[in-house]
Write a protein of this length. Structure first.
Length: 214
């Protein structure tokens, strides 16, 4: 969906996306910058490159989300809403009834998520709760960005969710080693997509996750 060749400036441009959608992404980006003056949503060092570093980085996951069997996406440790607010904005013109669920412990960040989902008319639920304390959850996709290490996400997925289809998350330069390490304790299928915003990172979609038993 996103051609890495276009990421030459920090202006938002995504091919095959309406002007209205691009405008909403720009408004969301500006909302993060405005709120970042009061609460820490993103690192100040990434403010000048917010559209490349955060908006594009989030948008590239759309290829894993825009599938027929995906209707509900649950974002863990949501923070500023990256990547799921971006996904919600992109999915509005693609699928009716696409629903977002956010888990964010911080009161102020939860309020920001409520403001953004209302502003962009997204179907969403925001829970100001600790995901580790929740049980019997259901979703199609568990997604997270800079939340917890992969082994911890696997534990959350299997212990706190009674139903899910996929896990979508980001891996850094040691991603292959991490996948290899977790495969010693877990069985899973993985689809890997090279990141469009980092030469050393990737986005992965995990399915058929099961713990190995001795």
């Amino acid at each position: 969906m996103i051609d890495s060749k276009i990421i030459k400036t920090d202006n938002i441009y995504i091919p095959n996306v309406s002007r209205e959608t691009l405008k909403e992404l720009e408004e969301y980006s500006q909302s993060i910058l405005n709120t970042n003056k009061k609460i820490n949503l993103i690192s100040s060092s990434t403010e000048k490159s917010i559209n490349t570093r955060h908006i594009y980085d989030s948008a590239q996951t759309i290829d894993f989300i825009n599938k027929n069997d995906i209707q509900i996406c649950t974002d863990l440790g949501s923070g500023a809403g990256l990547p799921s607010i971006v996904l919600g904005i992109l999915m509005k013109s693609k699928k009716q009834g696409f629903k977002l669920i956010f888990y964010e412990k911080s009161y102020h960040k939860s309020n920001f998520l409520k403001q953004m989902t209302k502003k962009f008319n997204l179907e969403a639920k925001i829970y100001q709760k600790n995901i580790f304390e929740e049980k019997n959850l259901e979703t199609d996709v568990i997604i997270c960005r800079a939340f917890k290490p992969l082994p911890v996400i696997f534990e959350i997925a299997t212990k706190n969710f009674k139903n899910f289809k996929y896990i979508v998350m980001y891996l850094g330069k040691s991603g292959k080693k991490i996948l290899n390490d977790v495969s010693k304790k877990w069985k899973f299928d993985v689809e890997e997509m090279k990141s469009l915003t980092s030469d050393v990172s990737s986005v992965v979609r995990i399915s058929n996750l099961k713990k190995k038993y001795e």
